[in-house]
Design a protein around this ligand. Sequence first.
Ligand code: ZN
Length: 203
Amino acid sequence: MNRILFREQPVTPSKVVCVGRNYVAHAKELNNEVPTSPVIFIKPNSAISGELQAGTDEPLHYEGEIALLIMDGVIAGVAFGLDLTRRELQSTLKQKGLPWERAKGFDGSAVFSDFVALDDPLESLRLQLDINEQRVQEGGCGEMIFKPAFLIEAIGHDFTLEDGDIIMTGTPNGVGAFQRGDRFLGQVLAGDRLLVSRQWTAR
Ligand code: ZN
């Protein structure tokens, strides 16, 4: 089983629960309707990675996201996460009304920085993603359609959140394809204060 680090200790998530279309501008950039209830899908533990791999079958798209770690049923930690997506395959599956797992839940599709303890108010959380020193995404809880507290409740209605489970809270606009060699810098801030960051070079 794959593990992440929370406060420098290894933790084994049973699953990653992802929220789709949680920022209005991103839903529109993919020509999706703005949802009236959360769009939820799951990545298995086998999707988790600390490394960033570029696509082989088709170019992968990055989605930078605020990732929340659950302990004892509450949000205990935060990280920067990348929800990697085979966008062409996802579009085909969506058109046919088929499940997205092959486009969203493949090995290495859930990439995380280390998780740090969250002591700041959730509303203050923001993310920034730079690729090759260019800012490509930024956003935060203030712009989310469904806020973290609501998400925990909605997800918990159907899925027990075990200790170590991760919620990916959706991506702001600015998603796109990347290639081997691209340099990523993902950061999560509370207001203007940096909480956690991680650099990757896509392999
Ligand atoms: Zn996503």
